[in-house]
Design a protein around this ligand. Structure first.
Ligand SMILES: Nc1ncnc2c1ncn2[C@@H]1O[C@H](COP(=O)(O)OP(=O)(O)OP(=O)(O)O)[C@@H](O)[C@H]1O
Length: 253
């Protein structure tokens, strides 16, 4: 696969198996282009989380090549991984909040790791908690938060550092439709600031809510490209016309 300057991620014939089981991801070749917004869809067990694990570098592929931010991540020394991960924002399906830290401190974590001064992080963290509707829970530790509240803290933590790539696994699975829409708007706002976004979801209704999104559909470990989005770089200021709506209904496949 040829590499274009500035591509966020390229997969070239990637396969993944767990142990000696059959491959759960097969022959994945695609490019994520800077500044685009992707939805990753597919039935339960299709391999969405497995693909995201490859993207947030918690899993190495069994075969094939992956380049991220212009670097081959398969041959990259392990000690380089932490710095690399800081360029990613990740929303895990199981949230992975730090148990003994308050909601505020969980959200502040990426900024503290990045060396932002305490005076400078108070307002952005407070604003982010306000956006996700959790100002009144800022001092609460995760065990005392509902599932939906934990999910919102996890999202706030993932986006606050304005990562280059946001990887979100079912980020609206535990919230009501109104909050789901609000969180999508947050992802869109981040996307407009230049972050490439990939959101895994079962919820086909969500796809229609982001008009310029591109669709990746997994079926039994194989990737389908209903909008042609993965073969061609998106046009500046827009994406292939039929986009989300067609993919949501399967009409373009
Ligand atoms: N750690 C693991 N060890 C062995 N098999 C695994 C592991 N993780 C996932 N699998 C298997 O890989 C396949 C894909 O799972 P994955 O979680 O990636 O799918 P998914 O599309 O994210 O599903 P869901 O929507 O239910 O979260 C499934 O058959 C699953 O049982």
């Amino acid at each position: 696969m040829s590499e274009r300057q500035g591509d966020i991620v390229t997969f070239d014939n990637v396969g993944l198996r767990y142990g000696t089981d059959p491959e759960v991801l097969r022959n994945l070749s695609f490019t994520l282009y800077p500044g685009s917004f992707y939805f990753l869809t597919g039935a339960s067990g299709a391999g969405k989380t497995s693909l995201l694990k490859l993207l947030y570098l918690s899993q190495r592929p069994s075969r094939g090549a992956i380049r991220m931010f212009g670097k081959d991540i398969i041959t990259m020394p392990r000690e380089d991984l932490p710095a690399f991960r800081r360029r990613l924002g990740t929303v895990f399906q199981d949230f992975r909040l730090i148990d003994h830290l308050s909601a505020f401190d969980n959200v502040a974590l990426p900024l503290r790791i990045a060396g932002v001064r305490e005076d400078d992080l108070q307002k952005p963290v407070a604003d982010m908690l306000d956006w996700v509707g959790l100002t009144h829970r800022a001092d609460a530790v995760p065990a005392t938060l509902s599932g939906g509240e934990q999910q919102r803290v996890a999202i706030a933590r993932a986006v606050i550092g304005r990562p280059e790539l946001l990887v979100a696994d079912e980020p609206t699975g535990n919230v009501d439709p109104e909050m789901a829409l609000k969180l999508l708007r947050l992802f869109e706002a981040l996307n407009r600031l230049g972050t490439t976004v990939i959101v895994a979801t079962h919820d086909v209704h969500l796809l229609k809510k982001v008009p310029n999104s591109l669709i990746m559909r997994l079926d039994k470990g194989r990737l389908f490209d209903p909008t042609g989005a993965l073969r061609f770089p998106p046009r500046p200021g827009g994406t292939p016309a039929s986009g989300a709506a067609a993919a949501a209904t399967g009409s373009a496949e």
